[in-house]
Design a protein around this ligand. Structure first.
Ligand code: BEZ
Ligand code: FE
Length: 304
C-alpha cells in the first residue's frame, strides 16, 4: 500500500523502524512516533502551528552554546526533567530525594577546607551550613566529595556573570566529608531567582503568563563510591515560590527550616560578625552505581 489514512500512516511509520538493530532504540522511536501522531490528531494541528513549533525548536537550538543549554531549560519548564528523575528514582527506601541538576553546574568544583566562606566577597545575610552524609542505616560515610553551588543575593550564579572568567568561582565549592561523614561551610542565604528569560523558553513562560521564578535553594551533588550519585537541592523554608517552582523541582523532604541565630560564635567555634542563619541537613545515600553527570562541554580534567 502506498497511500495511507491518518491511522494507517502511524502504523506505517512505526513499521518503518522494525529492523532497527538496537531493541531499546527501536522501542523509543516507535513510541515517540505514536505519541507525536496522537498529539497531531488530538489537536488537529494546523500548518501555521506546526511551522511555529519548528521555528520555536530552531530558535531553541540556536540559543545553545557550550555554557547555555536552552533544550534542557525547555525540558525543565515542561516538567520532563522532573519526570525522568521520578521514573528513575521510584524506590527511595529512605534515601534523600533527588531533583534537577540545572544548567549552572559547571563540573567538578575546587576542594576547600571545612568552614571556608564560599561567598566571602559577596554581600548578603551570612549563613552557616552543617551537614552529614550517611548510608540508609545512618552509618557515616567518610571521604565523600560533595559539590555545592547556589545563586547570590541578586539571584545570579557566578557563571552567569561576565566577571566569572577573571574572578573565578564564588558560592560554589567541593567539600570532602570527615571521618564522621560531616562537612560544613560558610556562605550567604541565597534568594529566589528567575530562570533565563532572554531566549525562546523564557519567551514561552512570559507569553503563557507563567512566572519564571525558582524558590531559593542550595544545590548539592554527593558522589559516594558504591552509592547512587545524589543530585539534589535543599530549599529554604518560607520562600514564596515553593508551591510554584517554574521547573517543578520542589519535594517536601528537601525543604529545610533555616534557624536565625545571634550567638557570637558559629558551630565551629569561630566568631560571627553579626546575626546569622543556620542550615542543617543530612544526606542519606542509596547503595548503587552510576557516575555523576558532567555538564555539556566540560572536560573530565577540569576543575571549576
Ligand atoms: C537551577 O536551579 O539552577 C535551575 C534549574 C533548572 C532550570 C534553571 C535553573
Ligand atoms: Fe539553582
Amino acid at each position: 500500500m502506498t497511500q495511507f489514512n491518518d491511522t494507517q500512516l502511524t502504523a506505517a511509520v512505526v513499521d518503518s523502524f522494525e529492523d532497527t538493530p538496537n531493541p531499546r532504540v527501536k522501542f523509543l522511536l516507535q513510541e515517540l512516533v505514536k505519541s507525536l501522531h496522537d498529539y497531531v490528531r488530538k489537536t488537529d494541528l494546523t500548518f501555521e502551528e506546526w511551522e511555529y513549533a519548528i521555528d520555536f525548536l530552531t530558535r531553541t537550538g540556536q540559543k545553545c552554546t557550550l555554557i547555555r543549554q536552552e533544550f534542557i531549560l525547555l525540558s525543565d519548564v515542561l516538567g520532563v526533567s522532573m519526570l525522568v528523575d521520578a521514573v528513575n528514582h521510584r524506590e527511595r527506601e529512605g534515601a534523600t530525594e533527588t531533583t534537577v541538576l540545572g544548567p549552572f553546574y559547571v563540573g567538578k568544583h575546587k576542594q576547600m577546607p571545612h568552614g571556608t566562606d564560599i561567598s566571602a566577597n559577596l554581600t548578603g545575610e551570612r549563613m552557616f551550613v552543617q551537614s552529614r552524609v550517611t548510608d540508609l542505616k545512618g552509618k557515616p560515610l567518610a571521604g565523600v566529595p560533595v559539590d555545592v553551588w547556589h545563586a547570590d543575593d541578586d539571584g545570579f550564579y557566578d557563571s552567569q556573570k561576565p566577571s566569572y572568567a577573571a574572578e573565578g568561582p564564588s558560592s560554589r565549592a567541593r567539600f570532602v566529608t570527615d571521618a564522621d561523614g560531616r562537612f560544613f561551610f560558610r556562605t550567604i542565604l541565597p534568594c529566589s531567582y528567575p530562570i533565563p528569560t532572554d531566549g525562546p523558553v523564557g519567551e514561552m513562560i512570559l507569553q503563557t503568563r507563567r512566572h519564571p521564578m525558582r524558590p531559593a535553594h542550595v544545590h548539592f551533588l554527593v558522589d559516594a563510591p558504591g552509592y547512587e550519585p545524589l543530585i539534589t537541592h535543599v530549599f529554604i523554608d518560607g520562600d514564596k515560590y515553593l508551591d510554584s517552582d517554574v521547573v517543578f523541582g520542589v519535594k517536601d523532604d528537601l525543604i529545610a527550616k533555616i534557624e536565625k541565630r545571634s550567638d557570637p560564635v558559629m558551630p565551629d567555634g569561630k566568631p560571627a560578625a553579626g546575626p546569622w542563619h543556620l542550615m542543617t541537613y543530612e544526606f542519606h545515600m542509596k547503595p548503587g552505581q552510576g557516575t555523576a553527570p558532567l555538564p555539556l562541554g566540560f572536560k573530565e580534567t577540569e576543575d571549576a
